[in-house]
Design a protein around this ligand. Structure first.
Ligand code: PLP
Length: 370
């Protein structure tokens, strides 16, 4: 027998992939830092000063584990959302919650449905539990609710995933379309509604959903509008039996004490949230202006990033992305055609967007010449 661990046949079969190469890893291989970090849809405007103060105070108590039930944060979210605490689960970001959800529901060979080129962490987890991913194409740069539901019905999918607003395109569906999607969810399928960017969407985009509706689970995060991506705090809203089932598989002490304290304080600072929403809206406008000044169009966005249509194929937009990287501007782009004709630029500070404005024409010229 060979020395070393004996992996499961499933793990042996998986390719050695990471869903994203993080900016730090890219900086290490480039040998220098980026000057404008506009690729990871982080919130450059940062957390509420109240959250920072709470996290500083919590740092002194960090010898203690965090509350495994995240009781105070869960209660505050319940108050904020007007739903009972039993319908809320706090977890290590949406990514962590997706992992637990997939572990709860997907076994080897079980089908799940998502959009081709949608946020990839979901399918990464599905692969890790041996599920089978059925992908449907976007339609007109939007995820396609009717096609997602049809594919779920056809395959008997355990889960059907949609992000609203969507990443990587930033497009969105209104509440009536999401409600219609819930009404059409086939028996035995759970709709996973990823609302990571919902605070940036037009008011009223999030539909009212009965928290006890067993057909849907909503996922939200403190990583985006609350500016706390590094703290890893997200939450799920779902029917009480589903929320309770997570206790069978979740990482009970996965929530850091510091993250819980920060999120609780952030939730209490509505003014800061409004300031961030306004700053993101200005930045989206600025990205669109820069694109237009270079003869490019942008997609309307309800998120904290903008997809710029580079006007040619995916190979061309990849060259634009690489040239921007060479000029120290980190952006990302969609993976799948025809959406991959775009680059995706996150809302930045005015200084970062100044650099983007100076470098985009150079990157486009280099990409055209290359
Ligand atoms: C659609 C979507 N869902 C989830 C996440 C990750 O959220 P979290 O930081 O809470 O894990 C992202 C981050 O980019 C995202 O784009």
């Amino acid at each position: 027998m060979k020395p070393g661990p004996r992996y499961t046949p499933l793990v042996e079969s998986l390719p050695a992939t990471v869903p994203f190469v993080g900016p730090e890893a890219q900086e290490r291989s480039r040998g220098r830092p980026f000057k404008a970090r506009l690729g990871a849809n982080e919130n450059v405007f940062g957390p509420s000063p109240r959250a920072v103060a709470a996290m500083e105070a919590a740092a002194r108590e960090v010898w203690m584990y965090g509350d495994s039930a995240s009781h105070a944060l869960r209660a505050a979210l319940a108050g904020e959302l007007g739903v009972p605490p039993g319908n809320i689960l706090v977890g290590e970001g949406i990514d962590g919650l997706l992992g637990s959800l997939v572990r709860l529901t997907v076994g080897p060979g079980d089908p799940v449905v998502t959009s081709a080129g949608a946020y990839p962490t979901f399918t990464y987890h599905v692969a890790g539990y041996g599920g089978s991913v059925v992908s449907v194409p976007y339609r007109d740069d939007h995820e396609n609710p009717a096609a997602l539901i049809a594919a779920a019905a056809e395959t008997g999918a355990k889960l059907v995933y949609i992000a609203n607003p969507d990443n990587p395109m930033g497009t969105w569906h209104g509440p009536a379309q999401i409600r219609a999607m819930i009404e059409a969810v086939p028996d035995g399928t759970l709709l996973v509604l990823d609302e990571a960017y919902i605070e940036f969407a037009p008011r009223g985009t999030a539909p009212t959903i009965d928290p006890e509706d067993p057909r849907v689970i909503r996922l939200r995060t403190f990583s985006k509008a609350y500016g706390m991506a590094g703290a890893r705090v997200g939450y799920a809203i779902g029917a009480a039996p589903l929320i309770a089932a997570f206790d069978k598989v979740r990482n009970h002490f996965g929530m850091s004490r510091i993250g819980q304290a920060g999120a609780l304080a952030a939730l209490g600072d509505a003014d800061h949230l409004s300031e961030v929403q306004a700053a993101v809206s200005v930045a989206r406008g600025r990205i669109a202006e820069t694109a237009a000044a270079n003869g490019l169009t942008t997609l309307p966005s309800a998120a904290n990033f903008v997809a710029i249509d580079c006007g040619r194929d995916g190979a061309f937009s990849t060259r634009v992305l690489e040239e921007l990287g060479a000029l120290d501007v980190f952006v990302r782009k969609p993976f799948v055609a025809p959406e991959d004709r775009c680059i995706r630029v996150s809302a930045g500070t005015p200084e970062m967007l100044d650099l983007f404005e100076r470098t985009l024409p150079l990157a486009l010229a280099a990409a055209r010449g290359g």
